[in-house]
Design a protein around this ligand. Structure first.
Ligand code: PDD
Length: 287
């Protein structure tokens, strides 16, 4: 079966799905995106993803291409047409098509909407059971990573840096040695007393939906979560570390910059959080 994509009002075979070469997303990365997990044909945490999308769009003064209600119908249609049980939905909205000029087009453009699906299996079972390696590099993103912009070149280079170093992810480090986030994940450590630490929300990190859900689940489970900046040194000396994202769930980190974290195996707090998250994931509501 050939996959179907949604492009500006039409469902088309993904191999034939194209956008205009003068789309501002293509020319300037002038657009935003969301990645939403699909579990048992259900869109996981759809509402918070749409809330974050609204925030990204309004920060960049890009209009919705359609109402949130219609967008939900499109997402559900695509999942259905592709008979997608488990995987992800990728949606991208750009400022639209206009002849190339950096400033916003004077004549109103129609925002472009593209939605695709993927049956990606996500990280291997081995990665979850054995944990993964992380490397660090100085942060070189713009000052608003809280906006989920498609402008991801520093993230692409950071992930490639991880690959070249035999790691799964790269954590960005700010000028004060604080860890901000990964190239496509949020960063966490667990220190003495089973205290779970993650950087507070602000302009310098993406407000991960997995991060938000995991905090709720941890608090319901009476686990101690502190939002504060932590440094590379603290991470190297932490008892446990992990990363979160829509595609990596709660992934144990067992090595940072070549140094073993804790026992060098996924820690109990991380394993517990992964179990809580998997339970939440399986319970998503049908659209
Ligand atoms: N990335 N930080 C960055 C820079 C990200 O790109 C992502 C998500 C996250 C985690 O956010 P969430 O829990 O909402 O997935 C944090 C997606 C998965 C991607 O770009 O593919």
């Amino acid at each position: 079966m050939s996959e179907v994509a949604y492009v500006n009002g039409r469902y088309v075979p993904t191999r034939d799905a194209t956008v205009n070469v003068e789309d501002r997303g293509y020319q300037f990365a002038d657009g935003v995106y969301e990645v939403i997990a699909v579990a048992g044909s259900r869109l996981v945490d759809l509402e918070p993803h749409l809330t974050r999308l609204e925030s990204s769009l309004s920060n960049l003064e890009i209009e919705w291409p359609c109402s949130a209600r219609v967008l939900k119908i499109i997402l559900a249609q695509l999942v259905k047409r592709n008979r997608l049980e488990n995987g992800i939905v990728y949606l991208q909205i750009t400022r639209g098509v206009a002849s190339r000029n950096h400033a916003f087009p004077i004549a109103k453009t129609r925002p472009s909407l593209v939605v695709t699906t993927s049956r990606t299996a996500g990280p291997s079972a081995k990665a979850f059971s054995e944990g993964v390696k992380v490397v660090t590099m100085p942060k070189n993103r713009w000052r608003r990573p809280d906006i989920k912009s498609v402008s991801l070149l520093p993230n692409v280079l950071a992930k490639q840096f991880a690959v070249l170093n035999g790691a799964f992810e790269t954590w960005f480090v700010d000028s004060e040695q604080g860890i901000t986030e990964g190239s496509s994940t949020n960063a966490w450590i667990v220190v003495e007393g089973q205290e779970i630490i993650t950087r507070p929300l602000g302009h310098d990190i993406l407000a991960g939906i997995t991060r938000m859900k995991l905090m709720e689940l941890a608090q319901e489970g009476n686990l101690r979560v502190t939002e504060r900046i932590f440094t590379v040194d603290e991470a190297l000396n932490a008892e446990e570390a992990f990363i979160t994202s829509t595609t990596s769930f709660v992934m144990p980190v067992i090595n940072i910059d070549g140094k073993k974290i804790g026992s060098g195996k996924p820690g109990d707090v991380t394993k517990n959080l992964l179990a809580l998250y998997q339970e939440h994931f399986a319970k998503s509501e049908k659209l």
